[in-house]
Design a binder for this molecule. Structure first.
Ligand SMILES: Cc1cc2nc3c(=O)[nH]c(=O)nc-3n(C[C@H](O)[C@H](O)[C@H](O)COP(=O)(O)OP(=O)(O)OC[C@H]3O[C@@H](n4cnc5c(N)ncnc54)[C@H](O)[C@@H]3O)c2cc1C
Length: 406
């Protein structure tokens, strides 16, 4: 049980969930939630999906209305944390104010990795992580415009699908030889590449953008590493993110590809935890260190820390899962599919409803599903219980998955 106020830096999925869970667990001391975004805490996934398409206003993204923070006695502080005094247990804010903490939680998330090529700072070069960035794209994209999307990861492809549906001319540039190569199996990549191509999106693989051209004022196109040129009015960059570790590093906490935390999500300082996209955590489940970028990871981290701070410490054992909506297709993933040595397809690839069951040394390690929510939910239950089914059972649609859960 922690004594004294809890200060949470960052009011994204992790920070918001932590404040909420602390109160749900009966934590009665002060909670300060430091939010540097100028909006009430909001959900990010719709920014490249429904919101970008034009569904709902900013209020539809908010986790809770302002009254919730007041009712729950969560001090939502609109400011930016600029330094941590660990000896005095204080956080300094950009406004010059100081916050005392009994426990500090870093939920600082991640920021866009920026393109580092000529003309990348022109106004027509956009990113997609914040509500303001999504709003600006939503307001500006219009039928007939030509957009080049740099990066065929989840966000690049979600944006590309929405832009195409809105009547834009879309070219996607990807250095790898297949789409979403770092995250999904070749089976899933092939499906989405075919679907996006059929929708009229031109996908260029194995090339990179080497420079952005302009008429001196606005973007006119891009040059590629193979010598080609593509005309464009707009460039949307989705080349990954960098975890926000600087605050921790400047306070002398160990950081690497994230803020280093143990299996309890504690940093080297027993009064400071880190959660969500910024945290590089020791995973007993997978053996090794992981930094994941997903809503599940952020919210389950937050629940784990809230339980510890209210007297119920347990190592973090969350099962990773994720989703991505691209055009009419829903991709759902569960487990960690890195390092698999065998993939078994269940369902009908031609009909666009199938799952890739991934095996490592005969053990099921993850399932990637396209339009097969039942397989995904099965995987969440089975893998949470450290269960498996044989590759033969996975490939046999006559095999009743539910029977493996009993
Ligand atoms: C467009 C988009 C679509 C996505 N779609 C999906 C999806 O479909 N499924 C899924 O599972 N995940 C998705 N994600 C990923 C998911 O949104 C992130 O993993 C999640 O937001 C991480 O939450 P977080 O709280 O750790 O970090 P963040 O959401 O990044 O929040 C961190 C907050 O901390 C603030 N902050 C940082 N430093 C300071 C400071 N010094 N002082 C004060 N505040 C600070 C930041 O401004 C930010 O508001 C998507 C992400 C994006 C951008």
């Amino acid at each position: 049980m922690t004594a004294g106020p809890v200060v949470i830096i960052g009011a994204g999925h992790a920070g918001f969930q932590l404040a909420t869970s602390l109160r749900q667990h009966g934590f009665s001391e002060r909670i300060a939630l430091v939010n540097d975004e100028g909006h009430l805490p909001y959900q990010r996934p719709p920014l490249s999906k429904a919101y970008l398409k034009g569904t709902g206003g900013p209020d539809s993204l908010m986790f809770r209305p302002e009254k919730f923070y007041h009712d729950q006695k969560v001090d939502l502080i609109s400011d930016r944390a600029v330094s941590i005094d660990r000896a005095a247990r204080k956080v300094m804010l950009a406004s010059g104010a100081w916050l005392d903490y009994g426990h500090l939680v870093l939920a600082t998330g991640a920021r866009n990795r920026l393109l580092d090529i000529p003309n990348a700072n022109l106004d027509g070069v956009r990113y997609l992580r914040t509500l303001d960035e999504s709003q600006s794209l939503r307001d500006h994209i219009a039928p007939g415009q030509r957009v080049v999307v740099v990066g065929a990861g989840f966000i690049g492809l979600e944006f590309a699908a929405t832009a195409r549906a809105k009547g834009l001319e879309v070219d996607v540039i990807e250095l790898a030889t297949r789409v979403m190569a770092r995250a999904v199996t070749a089976e899933i990549s092939e499906h989405f590449q075919a679907r996006h191509t059929a929708a009229g999106i031109r996908i260029h693989l194995g090339v990179q953008v080497t420079s952005i051209e302009s008429d001196g004022r606005k973007v006119t196109g891009v040059s590629l590493s193979d010598g080609r040129h593509i005309n464009a009015d707009l460039i949307v960059v989705g080349v990954g993110v960098l975890p926000n570790v600087e605050l921790a590093a400047e306070a002398g906490l160990p950081v690497a590809a994230g803020i280093i935390v143990d299996e309890h999500l504690l940093t080297a300082d027993p009064n400071i935890s880190a959660v969500g996209d910024c945290a590089l955590y020791a995973s007993p489940r997978f053996g090794g260190s992981l930094r994941l970028e997903s809503v599940q990871n952020a919210t389950d981290h937050a629940r784990c820390v809230a339980a510890r701070l209210t007297g119920d410490p347990k190592p973090y054992d969350g099962l990773p899962w994720f989703w991505s909506d691209q055009g009419p297709d829903k991709l759902q993933m569960v487990g960690l599919t890195t390092g698999y040595d065998r993939v078994v397809v269940r369902g009908d690839r031609a009909a666009g409803a199938f799952s890739a069951f991934c095996y490592k040394a005969g053990q099921l390690v993850g399932i990637e599903s396209v339009n097969r929510a039942g397989d995904h939910m099965f995987g969440r239950r089975l893998l949470a219980a450290h269960g498996s089914i044989t590759p033969e059972q996975a490939g046999d649609t006559g095999f009743d998955l539910k029977s493996a859960l009993t």
